[in-house]
Design a protein around this ligand. Sequence first.
Ligand SMILES: Nc1nc2c(c(=O)[nH]1)N[C@H]1C(S)=C(S)[C@@H](COP(=O)(O)O)O[C@H]1N2
Ligand SMILES: [Mo]
Length: 320
Amino acid sequence: MNIIRKPSWAIPESEATPEHVFLNRRTFLAGIAGTGVLLGSGLGMRPAFAETDPSAGLYPVERNPAFTLDRDLTEEDAASTYNNFYEFGSHKQIAPLAQKLPIRPWTVTIDGLVDNPQVLDIDDILAKMPLEERLYRHRCVEAWAMAVPWSGFQMSELVKLASPKPEAKYVRFETFLDPSVASGQKQSWYPWPYVEGMTIDEANNELAFVATGIYGKPLAKQFGAPIRMVMPWKYGFKSIKSIVRVSFTDQRPVSFWEEIQGKEYGFWANVNPSVPHPRWSQASERLLGTDQRRNTMLYNGYEEQVAHLYKDMEGELLFM
Ligand SMILES: Nc1nc2c(c(=O)[nH]1)N[C@H]1C(S)=C(S)[C@@H](COP(=O)(O)O)O[C@H]1N2
Ligand SMILES: [Mo]
């Protein structure tokens, strides 16, 4: 049994963290006009860290019009230069460091209480799954937010592929473990690898999404390439990056942040403006790449789609 001891500065900070989002706007809308990806968004786009990815030819994928937004998309330069990816450091400027992550070959192991345990190659997953684009809000527990176009597939497709046994109640996800490329993983007070979890009902909700791309391209490494979760009604730490293992279990998984600081980061972590974090308010959020704030929305604005999942769960700490 590990006793986790960690310095207090290793805990996610709220607005105390100075922002270093230097927008380096390089607009050449003309260059993407033919792609249809971001038309109407007003974004100029260019990859912050261009690199050839073997799946590049798959994107852009068709946008699913069912998932629209109440706000502008975040500029790609802002979203891709301000990231949480503790494997590469406990600060936001991890993008250059994350480029060290090798993303081929890459496999995802599906195991546990399933009829179809298997090891899937990332390119087979990409070939097999119905890829689409969705515009989602994202709300970090630290009170910053963004709105981005994810590409990928609905998580329920992966559940179907695994075919969980009736005893399975939860899905547990694991990120890669390789301290030789991710120097943050040499910090032994963290319980590596990063783990997250959800119920199978949550995984089967139509909003639960597996992202393999963003901004009409394969995921840049700092976003959690080559495959990550997106749970838009929950605080961002639930959206685990660079997944190598998906296990179906009858035990509620203990997630990375819950293990570190369970009183501040719980299992459910649903967004709620009126339940403050023990160290800061969640009433409003800062929009990345702008100087604007907005009021936080219950379930990050997805109440209609997800509130039913939490009926009759009054005893649970649903909002931390
Ligand atoms: N493996 C892993 N996944 C992770 C994290 C992390 O540090 N490691 N950070 C989480 C947090 S706190 C947030 S807000 C989002 C940030 O996603 P983004 O950097 O793509 O915006 O990733 C989540 N997934
Ligand atoms: Mo976060």
